[in-house]
Design a protein around this ligand. Structure first.
Ligand code: FES
Length: 285
């Protein structure tokens, strides 16, 4: 075969192939192109139409809706405009913000008042007994007997007070040293001393020492004799004390007033330690 014949044959083959492709694609777009319905869909539509019978078509519905929309609208009844009036500020202003403001102020005031009342109640000397008020600690005779039976000391927790006896033969000296503390001297003249339990050095509770018959502070070693006059240690003075009043045989200790203990060097009873000490009397800071 000559080259010319071969070229002609190839061209013919290409032409035939192109024709086949064009015909095939045209058919496909007829069958599956956009908007084309499948055969099953067309069938189902036909069956629905048959079932619906004389029901209005979609276009009929649309026409009816347009007619309804464009029908003459009923005119609204005219209403006279309402004249605006400024609202009542009291009524309007009780808003959430104002409510919270008022509630906050109320709570703060109430809380402050409650706190103030509690503070006053706490600081006010109690009228009904207990520390800070006049405490009835018992009958004078009974107390002196109890002090003797308990070897020199009786503790009254409700008055935070140690009670000890005061020797009658020391009263002349006591009048010189305690003359400016009338209620304290009054107790001594009735044979009693009421000593505050708190150490005048740094405030520890001072216990009695039965062996020495003194008070001896375990914190830093301050020592006081049985009537609270300082004997040793770092304390700046003797034990502080309360006034005593004896009324109808009852001993009333006034814990509302604390009298400073006697200055260092005051020694009205001359009592020395009567036995071993409970703590060392050396100064410890
Ligand atoms: S507190 Fe009593 S000696 Fe220091």
């Amino acid at each position: 075969m000559t080259p010319l014949a071969t070229i002609v044959l190839v061209i013919l083959a290409l032409v035939v192939l192109a024709a086949v492709m064009v015909i095939t694609s045209a058919r496909r777009s007829d069958v599956r192109g956009a908007g084309a319905l499948a055969r099953e869909t067309v069938k189902r539509d036909k069956s629905i139409k048959a079932e619906a019978g004389d029901a209005p078509s979609g276009s009929a519905y649309e026409s009816q809706a347009i007619a309804t929309r464009t029908a003459v609208l009923e005119k609204a009844t005219e209403v006279a405009p309402v004249v605006w009036r400024a609202p009542d500020q009291e009524a309007v202003d009780v808003s959430r913000r104002q409510f919270f403001n008022r509630a906050s102020i109320f709570l703060v005031l109430t809380g402050t008042a409650a706190f103030g009342a509690s503070l006053i109640a706490f600081l006010w000397p109690r009228a009904g007994g207990g520390f800070g008020s006049k405490v009835n600690v018992g009958r004078l005779d009974d107390l002196i007997a109890q002090i003797r039976s308990e070897r020199g000391f009786v503790y009254k927790p409700e008055a935070r007070t140690w009670l000890t006896t005061y020797p009658a033969d020391s009263l002349p000296k006591a009048r010189l040293s305690y003359g400016n503390q009338g209620p304290v001297l009054n107790g001594m003249e009735n044979g009693l001393v009421a000593l505050y339990q708190k150490c005048p050095h740094l405030g520890c509770r001072v216990p009695e020492c039965k062996s020495s018959q003194w008070f001896e502070c375990p914190c830093h070693g301050s020592q006081y004799d049985r009537v609270g006059e300082k004997k040793a240690g770092p304390a700046p003075r003797g034990m502080d004390r309360f006034g005593i009043n004896v009324s109808n045989g009852n001993v009333i200790v006034d814990t509302g007033t604390i009298f400073n203990g006697p200055a260092i060097g005051i020694n009205t009873t001359g009592q020395e330690a009567e036995g071993p000490h409970c703590v060392s009397g050396e100064a410890k800071h």
